[in-house]
Design a protein around this ligand. Structure first.
Ligand code: TRP
Length: 354
């Protein structure tokens, strides 16, 4: 049985939001609490962030600490999880160097995530080479740790698929070196891709439709009040639609019947609320207020932990540097094994011949 080595991470181009929370952070917390793993690494992918932000280093640096604060404030625990900075582990780039020979350009251009991102960024004919090849570097991130389990959001599936192909090709060419990793995504469809507050299919920084984990109570309340509901539900007494109504979508994800009992006087389940909304007579403001209360319950302990860490950023950097040192040792071992299997372990070979 291969070891359970969890490896995952984020780019640091923005603060993390509720989509990240339900899409992957929650899963990581579950794994952390279960203790059911041998090693657990979380990477802040600052190098990958530079593949489309080469001229924007400050943005990447600012968000590196923001993402670290997001990790710590949701409850990821540095005594259980090794959090590290990608560029502090330079061995990953060496592995990337060899992996680049395991894939061809047309396959990279067929990666669906890359295709979408090229369009979004308007690269046209001037795609940075580092950007096109970042899935290869991501494979190094995973295989460099002998990662076997990769908890990610749904949009990352093509990356993991490409990583598996690279592992397979490397094994074919140089002999069995890597186990094939598996992605773990949320089984709940809505969680795997939480819609934005404007009703857009995805919550995303570039669409400006996010609720951030670091938003204040006032910001959250304001955003929920502006949420997309049913455009035809104009008067309270009008019958309303629940499907596609983002407030209900979020209540399904974040609220329980216990919450309904706690915060509403006349209802005891979400289903009852939905029935009343469909019939007419239940106003948007009431359901929005419920959602605000529920999100406050989730976000206020996160905010409190964040405030503590924010007071001592040097401690946060220390956590990342300690993690990076630990991560580096691990990747050095894996890299040495890969080079041995490739036969470019010259010094070892010469010693052996003496
Ligand atoms: N591509 C991921 C993102 O955009 C970040 C990432 C880098 C990652 N390396 C990884 C995710 C390895 C999982 C495993 O957020």
């Amino acid at each position: 049985m291969s070891k359970k080595i969890i490896l995952t991470g984020e780019r640091c181009t923005g603060k993390l939001h509720l989509g990240h929370y339900v899409g992957t952070l929650k899963e990581r917390l579950k794994i952390q609490e279960s203790g059911d793993y041998d090693e657990f690494y979380i990477e802040i992918a600052d190098g990958q962030s530079l593949t489309d932000n080469a001229k924007n280093v400050q943005k990447v640096k600012d968000n590196l600490i923001n993402v670290a604060l997001d990790y710590l404030s949701v409850g990821l625990d540095p005594s259980k999880v090794t959090m590290f900075i990608q560029t502090e582990v330079p061995e990953l780039t060496e592995l990337n160097f060899y992996f680049l020979n395991m894939v061809n350009l047309s396959r990279l251009l067929r990666n669906p995530t890359i295709k979408t991102e090229i369009k979004q960024r308007g690269f046209n004919e001037s795609i940075p080479a580092g950007f096109i090849t970042y899935p290869v570097s991501q494979a190094a991130d995973i295989l460099g740790f002998d990662g076997t389990i990769v908890p990610v959001g749904e949009d990352q599936l093509p990356m993991i698929e490409q990583c598996v192909e690279i592992a397979r090709t490397f094994n074919n060419v140089y002999g069995k070196t890597f186990d094939e990793p598996k992605a773990v995504i949320s089984t709940n469809k809505v969680c795997a891709r939480l819609p934005g507050i404007d009703g857009n299919a995805k919550m995303s920084k570039s669409l400006g439709n996010c609720i951030y984990l670091s938003d204040s109570s006032e910001e959250v309340a304001k955003k929920v009040m502006s949420m997309y509901t049913d455009p035809n539900h104009i008067h309270v007494e009008d019958p309303g639609k629940v499907e596609g109504n983002i407030v209900f979508t979020y209540l399904d994800v974040f609220a329980t019947d216990e919450d309904v009992k706690k915060y509403m006087t006349d209802y005891s389940t979400i289903e009852e609320l939905k029935e009343h909304y469909r019939r007419g007579g239940l106003g948007d403001v009431k359901i929005k207020k419920l959602l605000i209360a529920v999100l406050e319950d989730l976000l206020s302990p996160i905010r409190e932990r964040r405030a503590i860490y924010e007071k001592d950023l040097s401690k946060v950097y220390d956590i990342l540097f300690d993690g990076s040192d630990k991560a580096r040792k691990k990747v050095q071992e894996v890299l040495a094994r890969a080079k041995r299997n490739m036969g470019i372990n010259y010094r070892e070979l010469l010693k052996g011949e003496k």
